[in-house]
Write a protein that binds this ligand. Structure first.
Ligand SMILES: Cc1cc2nc3c(=O)[nH]c(=O)nc-3n(C[C@H](O)[C@H](O)[C@H](O)COP(=O)(O)O)c2cc1C
Length: 331
């Protein structure tokens, strides 16, 4: 069965990608995921705050040496080469590249387009074959316009795009007024891939202790519906590759995402629940679904239920919403 696909120009043996999580943060986890069939790995994010903390530490060190021993400052590596940055991250990229035969995609997570972006170059130099950009930004400032939030994404992407030549994907928020317009704007700004969607960890309240809870709930299969809608709408309308993320539990969700038009399908929660070996279960389920319907390749089904390909494109729009409300309880 030919399960091959392309993602941001990278040739993948199948569409299954392990998204950023603690599992992809160790060499052991990465090896297990590759053994279980993962076609690519997204490393956990390196955060802007981590990079800035390291740079501040560097500044303090050089200042201290400046005072006591002027020549010492020049013996420190130049910051643009970032020999000092969060070493462990670059080391992980290097080791993962050396230990696997599948593409390693690094993840940078930040909210401004200044300073820390230079680190993208170091990640590329360490061997990352792609970069995922996660702009985890909560616009809590009520004076901030939607246009300003969009511009922030575009500015960060633009700065990263200038810094590296490897493909760059943006892990998008689902909270734009016009997802399609934003997707095209990101594409114009140089995004090679769009990851739908970033999963925001909404807090809960503890009504006994009167505290904000920040517990992390793994996703459920019914959460695929929002990304599924937008993948189906965007498929065939953007040049950028489309990655589906959120809610994959069984191979059924994988099949649905591919039918909607995803080029790759990412999973984290299912792997954290069942272990890296679950990747093989998902792949086997996908293969048997294709075989049972006598499809000989993944390419034959990808996007066949996207909005553009459906006989009834209204299925993804307002008409179906009205129908759903009016027929509730009648079936
Ligand atoms: C414990 C944990 C750690 C995560 N770390 C990151 C991260 O560092 N960067 C990132 O972009 N996403 C991170 N994610 C989000 C996942 O990559 C993924 O997008 C999200 O869990 C939705 O996919 P899922 O439904 O398959 O779990 C993390 C998720 C979990 C559960």
């Amino acid at each position: 069965m030919d399960l091959s696909t392309r993602y941001m120009g990278l040739k993948l043996k199948n569409p299954m990608v392990a998204s950023a999580s603690p599992l992809t943060g160790t060499l052991d986890g990465i090896r297990k995921l590759e053994d279980a069939g993962a076609a690519a790995i997204v490393l956990p994010s390196l955060f802007q705050e981590e990079i800035e903390a390291e740079e501040a530490r560097y500044d303090r060190l050089t200042e201290a040496h400046d005072e006591s021993w002027p020549e010492a400052a020049t013996s420190f590596p130049v910051m643009t080469e970032v020999k000092l940055g969060p070493h462990h991250y670059l080391e992980l990229v290097r080791q993962a590249r050396a230990a696997t035969a599948i593409p390693i995609i690094a993840s940078l997570n930040g909210i401004t387009n200044k300073g820390w972006i230079a680190y993208a170059k170091s990640v590329e130099q360490a061997g990352a074959q792609g970069l995922e950009l996660n702009v985890y930004f909560i616009p809590a400032d009520t004076t901030l316009s939607g246009a300003a939030v969009e511009q922030r994404y575009l500015d960060i992407l633009g700065a990263v795009r200038l810094a590296v030549s490897i493909p760059v994907a943006v892990k998008l928020s689902p909270y734009f007024s016009s997802i399609g317009h934003m997707a095209l704007a990101l594409q114009e700004a140089g995004a090679d891939g769009l990851v739908l969607f970033n999963r925001f960890y909404q807090p809960d309240l503890d009504i006994v202790a009167l505290k904000v809870l920040i517990d992390l709930k793994l996703s459920e299969a019914n959460e695929i519906r929002l990304p599924l809608l937008w993948l189906a709408v965007l498929s065939g309308r953007v040049r950028a590759s489309l990655a589906a993320t959120t809610g994959v539990s069984t191979s059924d969700e994988v099949v649905k995402y591919l039918l909607a038009g995803a080029d790759v399908v990412m999973t984290t929660s299912s792997l954290l629940r069942h272990g890296a070996g679950h990747m093989a279960v998902l792949l086997a389920g996908l293969e048997s679904w294709l075989a049972a319907r006598e499809f000989s390749s993944l390419a034959a089904v990808r996007g066949i239920m996207s909005q553009r390909k459906l006989a009834d494109p209204q299925a993804f729009e307002r008409a179906n919403y009205i129908k759903i409300l009016q027929t509730y309880g009648h079936s």
